[in-house]
Design a protein around this ligand. Structure first.
Ligand code: ADP
Ligand code: ADP
Length: 233
C-alpha cells in the first residue's frame, strides 16, 4: 500500500461554537513510499492544518488517514501516539530542541520515548545520524550553543532516529539564510535517497519547491494542483 492515503479529509475549528469554520474541504491524496513532495500555497490555505492531521497531532472532522495501509481516525490516543512514534518523523520551523539536554540526548529522545533503552546501540545510532548531518563533534553541546542551521540539522537527525517511513517537515528552512537552507534541504534529499523515507515538505520557497519531485498546491483549504516534475539540481 502507499505510505499515506488521505480520503475526503475535512477539518473544522471551533466545532459546536458560533465560530465554527471549516478550513479543509475534502482532501484526497496518496503518497507512495520514497516520494519527495513539496506542499505549497499561500498563508492560511491550510498547509499546517493538513500536516498536523497527517502527523496524527490532530484529528479530522471527516474523512480517513491511512498510514502504511492502516486507518487511523478511530485509534485511541495511546494507539495514535504509538503509531506516530513508529511511522512519522517531524521537523518544524522552530525545531523544539530541549536545551536542558545535550545534542545527542535530543537526538536519542524519540527512540527513548518509543521504549528503547539508552544503551550503547541507541547512542551509536544517534552519533551516526549526527555524523551524517555533520555535527558529531557537537554531540555533547547544548542546542543553543549551535547556529540556527546547525540546530535544524540536529532536528533532522532526531526525526530520523526512529527510521520513519514518512518524514514531515513544516517550513524547515523558513528561518534560515539561503546557504543554511540549501544545506538543510540537501539533507532531506540525501536521507530520502539513502533511507527511502517519503518526504512531505511545506515550503514558501520556490527554489526549494523546484527541487522536489512532486508539488502539491493548496488554496483556501483545497488541493488545487498536483504535479510531478523533474527536480532541478
Ligand atoms: P497555512 O499553514 O497554509 O498558513 P493554516 O493551516 O495555519 O494555514 O490555517 C488554515 C486556516 O485555519 C486559516 O484560516 C487559519 O486562520 C485557520 N486556523 C488555523 N488554526 C486554527 C485554530 N486553532 N482555530 C481556528 N482557526 C484556525
Ligand atoms: P509551525 O512552525 O508550523 O508554526 P509549531 O511550532 O506551531 O510549528 O508546531 C506545529 C504543531 O506541532 C503544534 O501543534 C505543536 O504542538 C506540534 N509539535 C511540535 N513539536 C512536536 C513534537 N516534537 N512532537 C509532537 N508534536 C509537536
Amino acid at each position: 500500500p502507499p505510505v499515506l492515503r488521505l480520503d475526503g479529509l475535512r477539518k473544522a475549528y471551533g466545532v459546536g461554537t458560533p465560530l465554527e469554520v471549516e478550513v479543509l474541504h475534502g482532501i484526497d491524496l496518496t503518497l507512495q513510499g520514497g516520494e519527495f513532495a513539496a506542499l505549497i500555497g499561500p498563508s492560511g490555505s491550510g498547509k499546517s492544518t493538513l500536516l498536523n492531521l497527517i502527523g496524527l497531532l490532530d484529528t479530522p472532522t471527516r474523512g480517513e488517514i491511512h498510514v502504511q495501509g492502516r486507518p487511523t481516525v478511530d485509534l485511541n490516543d495511546t494507539e495514535r501516539t504509538a503509531l506516530r512514534g513508529r511511522s512519522l518523523g517531524f521537523v518544524f520551523q522552530f525545531h523544539h530542541l530541549i536545551n536542558a539536554f545535550s545534542v545527542i540526548d535530543n537526538v536519542m529522545m524519540p527512540a527513548l520515548l518509543g521504549g528503547a533503552k539508552p544503551d550503547a546501540a541507541t547512542r551509536e545510532r544517534a552519533l551516526e545520524l549526527l555524523d551524517a548531518v555533520g555535527l558529531a563533534m557537537h554531540a555533547h553541546k547544548r542546542p543553543t550553543e549551535l547556529s540556527g542551521g546547525q540546530q535544524q540539522r540536529v532536528a533532522i537527525a532526531r526525526a530520523l532516529m526512529i527510521r520513519p517511513p514518512i518524514l514531515l517537515a513544516d517550513e524547515p528552512t523558513g528561518n534560515l539564510d539561503s546557504r543554511a537552507a540549501d544545506e538543510v534541504f540537501a539533507l532531506f534529499r540525501r536521507f530520502n535517497q539513502s533511507f527511502g523515507c517519503a518526504v512531505l515538505l511545506v515550503t514558501h520557497d520556490p527554489r526549494i519547491a523546484a527541487r522536489c519531485d512532486r508539488v502539491l498546491e493548496m488554496l483556501d483549504g483545497r488541493l488545487v494542483a498536483d504535479r510531478a516534475q523533474t527536480a532541478q539540481a
